[in-house]
Design a protein around this ligand. Sequence first.
Ligand code: SF4
Length: 176
Amino acid sequence: MKIAIEELAGCSGCTIAVLDLHEMILDVLEKAEIVYSPVIMDVKEPPEGVDVSFVTGCVRNEENKERLEKIRSRSKILVALGTCACYGGISGLSMLSSNEDILNTVYRGVETVSEDGVIPKNVPPFLYRAFAVGDIAKIDYYITGCPPKEQFLRQIIPDLLKGDKTELSKKSVCSE
Ligand code: SF4
């Protein structure tokens, strides 16, 4: 069983939530190998034939879109992990500002950038708005939360590793 975790426009808190499974992560690693995660390993892109991939963060720029399409095409099951991936979330709040204002704030309005205010060439172009991952790609499961609650991950991950269909309990994401 191969697992991947892709990061789009987000804060990596959702990936850390997976690692926060504590001792359960050892059970996971007995049955599965994490083959790709930009936060926890130096692998440039997901391999072909991933069994279960989690995608965190929303789609805000062209690179996010390309990465989402790639992980979708290389995964049997794709799980949207966290509120940014499911709905846009915190990253989606970027739509309250114009793209130009964001670039000015991040690259021109701070002291740590070059004095000429030139935006680095490797900054991917923004899309015209933020998208939830389900707007761009077919998603098999959604786990919301910012970050997702450990109890949801504890419920869904064993089923996914067995290759079973899974379903979260139908109750408010705000209740315990
Ligand atoms: Fe970070 Fe929350 Fe977005 Fe996850 S849902 S990437 S924890 S802001």
